[in-house]
Design a protein around this ligand. Structure first.
Ligand code: FE2
Length: 192
């Protein structure tokens, strides 16, 4: 699938966006995505605990806000990601995680609030996790699937930027998950 290049399109006008750094909001955003507990079936180790959460009101897990730009090479897509705090059994709330549909595209996450990890893996078996705290930037290189995990008591909010043509690919994540997972052991996050 060959996507159009920004260079072959009309020159678009600049624009500005207001971001709520503490609230995890992007004003004027089209709310791209909201995932509830019931959307996370199959992702957590303790399935019974997840079902209890679904039965107890199916709370919102995470939201991603985007003001879209053309999905063309040359443009940069950007988002605010807001992952709420909680545990399913002993496993901290997390996003599903994804590869990029165009695998050779990187992504930058700048943590604005909260604490947690960016958990990453490659299809050929490499794994890594980087701490997310306010002011910490994580560079997710091309070919690395990535997922955020909230190990704190408040929302984990980050700003992301990636090539606009990158797209999302859940690949083997729904079936295989990530080699590293983050659990609460004696009140502390432990990567296992
Ligand atoms: Fe991404």
């Amino acid at each position: 699938m060959k996507k159009k290049d920004a260079a072959s399109s009309e020159i678009m006008n600049p624009f500005a966006v207001t971001i709520g750094l503490d609230e995890g909001l992007m004003l004027g955003a089209k709310n791209h995505l909201g995932r509830r507990a019931s959307d996370m079936r199959g992702y957590y180790a303790d399935e019974a605990a997840l079902e209890q959460l679904v039965a107890a009101g199916d709370p919102l897990h995470y939201e991603v806000f985007e003001v879209p730009v053309p999905e063309q090479a040359g443009h940069l897509m950007y988002c605010i990601s807001k992952l709420l705090p909680g545990v399913v059994g002993d496993e901290y709330w997390m996003t599903k995680g994804h590869y990029h549909e165009v695998p050779g595209t990187a992504e930058i996450y700048l943590c604005l609030r909260g604490e947690g990890y960016m958990v990453m893996k490659t299809a050929d078996g490499r794994a890594d996790a980087k701490r997310m705290v306010r002011g910490q930037m994580v560079y997710v290189p091309p070919f690395w699937a990535h997922r955020s995990v909230n190990t704190g008591g408040e929302p984990l909010i980050s700003f992301c930027v990636y090539p606009a043509e990158a797209g999302h690919n859940y690949g083997d994540i729904a079936t295989e998950g990530f080699p590293q997972r983050v659990f609460r052991r004696h009140g502390q996050p432990v990567i296992e």
